[in-house]
Design a protein around this ligand. Structure first.
Ligand code: ZN
Ligand code: ZN
Length: 249
């Protein structure tokens, strides 16, 4: 074992990484999830869209609300629904927001790149940008997770990462009802990035009400891109085939 891998191993045990879902301690070869949660996660995300019947990671179906805001194509890895059995995939999102873990970011980016590659032609010619995090949350956690995700996706695909927006929202979206979320979301364009005629991929961690991503897309559209595709690890939507305890929030 060389010095570098010894140091890596020592740092690994010093930082005591835990499974993002059940919080059990990980072994050196585990990434993000313990073996049990990893199996559950992989099974859970292998689901088909009830509308186009493709596997979710290859489906680009949008929601009613997003279509209304001219977002006709949404790339996702899985569906966001709060149920006890969906804990591993939901905890992945919470960890991405709060923990600043490199393994969580890496897994999230890889999964999204796989979904994007299935549906977007010549990704390397696209511009990747992100729905920005609220300023106060950025200060609290020390980073902007959607921007970090967008940057890593750009790196993996050879696309150009262009920051386009800053957030002026005051309150966390999570605490608000849908109508208030729409009012709460405020973004401003950064010094007019040149997106004219470009295909833009707009990255967020999770799309729930759709208020953030559509407000961001509305502003980006003023820069006259050729198209805007939204992409998120998970999207909350009604699924007619499995009307189990779905709640909109
Ligand atoms: Zn676990
Ligand atoms: Zn679909």
């Amino acid at each position: 074992m060389n010095v570098k891998s010894l140091v890596e191993r020592a740092l690994f045990y010093l930082s005591v990484p835990k499974c993002v879902s059940c919080k059990s301690r990980l072994n050196f070869t585990d990434k993000v999830f313990c073996p049990e949660c990893s199996v559950k996660f992989k099974e859970n995300i292998q689901r088909n869209c009830s509308r186009c019947s493709k596997i979710l990671s290859e489906c680009t179906c949008t929601t009613e609300y997003l279509r209304h805001h001219k977002i006709n194509s949404v790339i996702k890895v899985y569906r966001y629904v709060r149920r006890p059995d969906t804990e591993p995939q939901n905890k992945l999102i919470y960890s991405l927001k709060q923990d600043g873990r490199a393994d969580v970011l890496e897994l999230s980016a890889s999964l999204l790149v796989r979904s994007l590659s299935a549906s977007v032609k010549d990704i390397n010619e696209c511009v990747i940008t992100a729905v920005p995090r609220r300023r106060r949350a950025k200060l609290e956690f020390g980073y902007d997770h959607a921007a970090a995700l967008a940057k890593l996706i750009a790196k993996k695909t050879g696309a150009e990462y262009v920051p386009t927006l800053k957030s002026l929202s005051k309150r966390p979206q999570k605490s608000l009802h849908r109508d208030l979320r729409i009012k709460n979301v405020k973004f401003a364009l950064l010094d007019t990035p040149d997106l004219k005629g470009r295909r833009v991929i707009l990255i967020d961690d999770v799309i729930t009400s759709g208020a953030s991503v559509s407000a961001a897309a509305d502003l980006i559209r003023t820069l006259q891109p050729k198209s805007i595709i939204a992409a998120a690890l998970a999207v909350a939507y009604n699924d007619e085939l499995t009307p189990l305890a779905y709640t909109e929030f």
